[in-house]
Design a binder for this molecule. Structure first.
Ligand code: GDP
Ligand code: IMO
Ligand code: MG
Length: 428
């Protein structure tokens, strides 16, 4: 039995797609356990580039069963479009399994995501506008519709009627929008149901069965620790639990099913959307990181905010996820700097915080305390072994490893599959 969880430890876009892809070669089942199509996971294979939003990365491998677990919120239109796009590129999506318990993103969720952001004005969260928050809100309020409802027209219609009554009042009376038609949604969604029916199963028993028979299962986290609804920088978070602990609830397994937990972090840090970001770089350095790192969102195309590696937040995330190893990506991007900063503590009203502060006011207003590392300036994209790296790059990795007390197993030096090198034996 081998359950492996892979999680982002920053604010997303750490390169989870690339590392998941590498692991897929050796796993049998890949499960998405939270989030929805707010995710954008990039996989580069030779000339081919895939941007996966809802489909687990295992979809790219014929030997893998890709699973969308009960903790995911699914926009069926987007799912079908993504499946069709891969089919057009010659990949089979037949193996996809979708949990009947996964909640559906409905047309009113998309509208509500848009109008609530508009109403918040300068206080907006900067969501991906994919309806994620409103869908999870309905799940918690117990008025959500689930994938299995698509298979029962009567139930679907009844549940929709209950939900839509309230949503239409909200949309028309509070936001001045037009009401949505019950019949239109029924027709649209039942057609999706017909298409998705062969994929909708009890994924819990599938995943548990795989583990019980000794096959390996990879739990592919989307978003990241600092965007976690309970443990991130609330309210500037997403509405699910991307942390490793979330994999149990979101995929239907127990804590003892996961034995290896891999955290992914960039060698620097980025964030899309609003919210505090203590180690955000000054505009000049930020621009260099944007350009050198190609820091534009995979899902929304937005320019990512860029900053330096935040060791305080990383320490917090390593502990919270009980990482067994850390993978550092985009080390190659730091070749653009003579000096590299790392945020080692926060300062607020004369106090120094080396641990993640318990109060959001401190995190919002703190100043970063930086330690500087010497840069290396040479191109490292061809490095395949730790010894191929300049000594300054090795010192940087060692410095980070000591700060977060977690073994760095690999460093990635480019977007391509083979652009990776082993740093230390995990668990060493
Ligand atoms: P994810 O959401 O965590 O899967 O990350 P994204 O795919 O949204 O963003 C990561 C971006 O960095 C993608 O464009 C990747 O192709 C790219 N990438 C991944 N690893 C590396 C690396 O080591 N170096 C460079 N230069 N790019 C990388
Ligand atoms: P991957 O899996 C980066 C951010 C949004 C916004 C906040 C809430 O590619 O790392 P939401 O639409 O989820 O309600 O938006 O979360 N966000 C991400 N940022 N990477 C992601 O996914 C993200 N998914 C959501 O920008 O700040
Ligand atoms: Mg992404």
């Amino acid at each position: 039995m081998a359950g492996i969880a892979l999680v982002g430890i920053q604010w997303g876009d750490e390169g989870k797609g690339k590392i998941t892809d590498l692991l897929c070669e050796k796993v049998d089942v890949v499960v998405r356990y939270q989030g929805g199509n707010n995710a954008g996971h990039t996989v580069v294979v030779g000339e081919e580039r895939y941007a996966l939003h809802l489909l687990p990365t295992g979809i790219l491998y014929e030997h893998c069963t890709p699973v969308i677990g009960p903790g995911v919120v699914v926009n069926p239109r987007v799912l079908i479009e993504e499946m069709d796009a891969l089919s057009e590129r010659g990949l089979s999506t037949e193996r996809l399994r979708l949990s009947g318990n996964a909640h559906l993103i409905m047309p009113y969720h998309l509208e509500l995501d848009m109008v609530t952001e508009r109403r918040l004005g300068k206080n907006r969260l900067g969501t991906t506008k994919r309806g994620i928050g409103p869908a999870y809100a309905d799940k918690a309020a117990r008025i959500g519709l689930r994938a299995q409802d698509l298979l029962d027209p009567k139930i679907f219609s009844e549940k929709l009627e209950i939900a839509l009554k309230e949503k239409n009042l909200l949309l028309t009376r509070v936001y001045g929008r037009l009401p949505l038609e019950h019949q239109d949604i029924v027709e649209e969604y039942l057609a999706y149901g017909t298409r998705l029916a062969p994929h909708i199963v009890d994924t819990n028993s599938l995943v548990q069965g795989a583990l019980d028979s000794g096959r390996s299962v990879l739990f592919e986290g989307a978003q990241a620790t600092m965007l976690d609804l309970d443990h991130g920088t609330y309210p500037f978070v997403t509405s699910s639990n991307p942390i490793a602990g979330g994999a149990c609830a979101g995929a239907g397994v127990g804590p003892r099913d996961i034995t290896r937990i891999i955290g992914i972090s960039k060698a620097y840090c980025t964030r899309v959307g609003s919210g505090p970001f203590p180690s955000e770089a000054d505009p000049a350095d930020g621009e260099i990181l944007v350009e050198a790192g190609g820091e534009y969102g995979t899902t929304t195309g937005r320019k990512r905010r860029c900053g330096w590696f935040d060791a305080v937040a990383a320490r917090y995330a390593c502990r919270l996820n009980t990482l067994t190893e850390l993978v550092i990506t985009k080390l190659d991007v730091l070749s653009a700097f003579e000096k590299i900063k790392v945020c080692v503590a926060y300062e607020f009203e004369g106090d120094r915080y080396e641990d993640f502060p318990p109060n959001q006011t401190i995190f919002n207003k703190c100043r970063p305390v930086y330690e500087e590392f010497a840069g290396w300036s040479e191109d490292i994209t061809g490095a395949r072994d730790l010894d191929d790296l300049p000594k300054e790059a090795r010192a940087f990795l060692e410095g980070i490893e000591a700060m977060v007390s977690t073994t760095i197993s690999h460093a990635s030096v480019g977007p391509e599959r083979e652009q990776i090198l082993k740093v230390h034996e995990a668990g060493a």
